[in-house]
Design a protein around this ligand. Structure first.
Ligand SMILES: Nc1ncnc2c1ncn2[C@@H]1O[C@H](COP(=O)(O)OP(=O)(O)O)[C@@H](O)[C@H]1O
Ligand SMILES: [Mg+2]
Length: 345
């Protein structure tokens, strides 16, 4: 197949997306596909767009790794001063239209939020991952929590706060403050007193108009991928220091990941059941990954759903797939297969 791996963009998770894209690009090539790795925002400057899939070049050569903090997006935006008139970089849509499938390696705004999915639906472009509606729902952690709660999936207690709005009763200290539309822990902080709380709110509002303030669940952290409605083995993430923040997520060796997680069978089944319920409740399709905390008393809470979970060296979904006997290459093939038209029996 001719595959475009679409990555980059101008969200705070740009570097993570490029790292995910590079790994996927290399994996699909190993499986014998013809692949092009494209930065959705910077596009392709060449004139030979009709023959890109035939080019013998390493499209990932420029991509290095993920830094300790999220990238400077102003520098990237400055490369395309006209970007507000058309988010897509040069030739991105032409090349995507020629592909049999676009592998979505995007994260965050304009990729994980459903806008590109909606655009692709209208243009008849086939892409991996869930559709535009569920992407948009899951991009908003407040709406996600409301839906999960409605379907009986436990979530941390908390409030939502809009910029400039009067604050309701907050859950007390310590609490977690996060940007509603964030990802990769950018804009997430623990507040243990009023001073930290004010700082955390200001930081959260840097990333959007709404923040979430919720009870801090002290305990263990887990994540569960769901492929086509079925939960994978659970992974436990134990950061060597601090919480699962941006640095701990992407610097190899920062966390101890255990998959399958060493928890009693009933707990495994409970978390997997909640993950599958969340998948249904949030109208997800094809695949996603849910994050969970387990308090000291064994209570389980769903934090959020990730519609385009990371596929980097340190990412969770590939580790979970490996525990189920699925290699990285085969995981990519499966994710692609979910989106292709089903063959007649
Ligand atoms: N209520 C909470 N209690 C304890 N830790 C939390 C809570 N909410 C978030 N965290 C920590 O912050 C990290 C990021 O939060 P999450 O809601 O998963 O957002 P995202 O991964 O999209 O940035 C989690 O992986 C977890 O380590
Ligand atoms: Mg998360």
């Amino acid at each position: 197949m001719n595959i475009v791996v679409l990555a980059g963009g101008i969200s705070t998770e740009r570097d993570v997306s490029l790292a995910t894209g590079k790994m996927i690009y290399e994996a699909v090539k190993r499986k014998g596909h013809r692949a092009v790795l494209l930065d959705v925002f910077l596009g392709y400057e060449g004139e030979d767009t009709d023959s890109v899939f035939a080019q013998e070049k390493d499209w990932a050569a420029q991509i290095t790794g993920v830094g300790e903090t999220s990238p400077d997006l102003e520098q990237i935006k400055a490369l395309r001063p006209d970007w507000k008139k058309n988010f897509f970089g040069p030739h991105v849509l032409d090349i995507c239209r020629q592909a049999d499938l676009v592998f979505m390696a995007l994260h965050g705004e304009n990729g994980e939020d459903g806008k590109i999915q909606a655009c692709f639906d209208l243009m008849g472009i086939t892409y991996t991952g869930t559709d535009h509606v569920s992407s948009a729902i899951c991009m908003d952690k407040g709406i996600t929590k409301d839906i999960l709660e409605h379907y009986g999936i436990p979530v941390p207690k908390g409030i939502r706060l809009k910029k400039g709005e009067k604050e309701g009763e907050m859950p007390g200290f310590p609490c977690i403050v996060k940007a509603s539309c964030g990802g990769s822990s950018v804009g997430v902080a623990i507040a243990r007193n009023s001073q930290e709380y004010e700082q955390a709110k200001a930081e959260g509002f840097r990333y959007g108009e709404e923040i979430i303030i919720e009870e801090y669940i002290e305990g263990r952290e887990f994540s569960v991928g769901v492929l086509d409605g079925r939960a994978l083995p659970i992974i436990e993430i134990a950061p060597k220091s601090g919480f699962y923040d941006y640095k701990n997520k992407y610097q190899p060796g920062s966390t101890i990941d255990t998959c399958p997680a060493l928890i009693p069978r009933e707990k495994t089944e409970e978390i997997q059941r909640y993950a599958e319920m969340a998948f249904q409740a949030l109208r997800l399709k094809n695949y996603a990954r849910m994050d969970f905390m387990m308090g000291k008393d064994g209570s389980v809470y769903c934090l959020e759903a990730n519609t385009l979970p990371g596929m980097t060296m340190t990412s969770l979904l590939p580790q979970e797939a490996a525990a189920a006997g699925i290699s990285y290459e085969d995981l990519c093939e499966k994710l692609m297969g979910f989106s292709l038209p089903k063959k007649e029996a």
